[in-house]
Design a protein around this ligand. Structure first.
Ligand code: AKB
Length: 319
């Protein structure tokens, strides 16, 4: 059975990926690396954990040796809007954690998954149905770390055979752990306001299209790419994946079908708007479909219904 280390397991993706991987590979075979509080409820009771500062290679190496790890999911990153306010931090966390994971993986023969993002594209990239292989000249520090991450991961594969694989995540919509500091966060926050009966103030303007994805599909992508038959992979770092693209008006209308009195207003955040404007409207995910069978399950309406159902219970229980 695979032994997996998740670096950055307490964030938006990590907190759900840990649950998913433990359900597939067994609780004791998935070690959740944590750095700083807050931790999800019962974090230390749910399975093996290890404290790891991802910018310290020795700590990653120690965890890999101690737990006999053979696959690392490296989720340490500072999201786009926060990174733009502190570019050095964005670079240090994004790149040092990746280089450390790659070096440890090279030495201990581990596979490595590191998410890339729609942020790896920039204003000169074709905007609609962005191809798999195309111009990548991002203008954000987050995007620069993501493109560099894709290139260095391919380099470690070509040069030393490290089994690196990755997908370009869109904005991820989830209901367990809030995202923090991303440009696409509004598409999560809007649901909490709707379910609580509060108005929502949207930080990006109508007509701003971005690719988005419901967490269950994002988790499937992270598992499937790592399980894919390597002989079928023409690409590695990183695959376009897509399931829905919408602008604020479309998600607002989808939520209004459930809450007809819900009100959304706009107060545009210039930083988030500029970042969103530099990203694609929608990605072409043909290569992921062809090379490893990517096939998402949720569209906007199906996700909206599920998000609302889950949040109704969560908000009733925890407020
Ligand atoms: C962000 O908005 O920074 C992230 C992303 C799209 O990578 N959610």
């Amino acid at each position: 059975m695979k032994k997996i280390l998740i670096v950055g397991s307490t964030g938006q993706i990590g907190s759900e990926l840990g649950i998913k991987l433990r359900s597939i590979y067994g609780v004791d075979n998935v070690v959740c690396g944590y750095y700083k509080p807050p931790f999800p409820e019962n974090f230390f009771e749910l399975g093996p954990t290890v404290e790891i500062d991802a910018t310290d290679a020795q700590q990653i190496a120690d965890a890999v040796k101690t737990h006999k790890i053979d696959a690392i999911y490296n989720l340490a990153a500072i999201l786009s809007a926060t990174a733009e306010k502190n570019p050095k931090l964005g670079w240090d966390v994004g790149m040092n954690s990746l280089i450390n994971c790659l070096d440890v993986a090279k030495e201990h023969e581990c596979a490595v998954f590191t998410p890339s993002s729609i942020g790896a594209f920039g204003p000169t990239t074709p905007k609609d149905k962005t191809p798999q292989d195309t111009v990548q000249r991002p203008t954000t520090i987050y995007g620069i770390t993501k493109v560099t991450g894709e290139l260095i991961s391919d380099y470690y594969f070509r040069r030393w055979g490290v089994d690196t694989r990755s997908v370009r995540f869109p904005g991820i919509i989830s209901n367990l752990t809030m995202p923090g500091g991303g440009t696409t966060d509004y598409a999560v926050e809007i649901f909490y306001n709707a379910v609580k009966g509060e108005n929502f103030v949207c930080p990006v303007k109508a007509g701003t299209y971005m690719d988005m994805m419901y967490m269950p599909d994002a988790l499937d992508a992270a598992v499937q790419i790592m399980e894919a038959d390597p002989s079928k992979l023409i690409h590695r770092n990183s695959f376009n994946i897509a399931s829905m693209s919408f602008d604020p008006e479309m998600i607002y209308q989808a939520i209004k079908k459930h809450y007809p009195d819900f009100v959304m207003e706009y107060d545009v955040d210039p930083l988030k708007q500029a970042i969103a404007d530099s990203w694609p409207n929608s990605l072409d995910d043909t290569c992921a479909r062809e090379e490893w069978g990517w096939n998402p399950k949720y569209d906007l309406d199906k996700m909206t219904a599920d998000m609302i159902e889950v949040l109704k219970h969560k908000i009733k229980k925890y407020g």
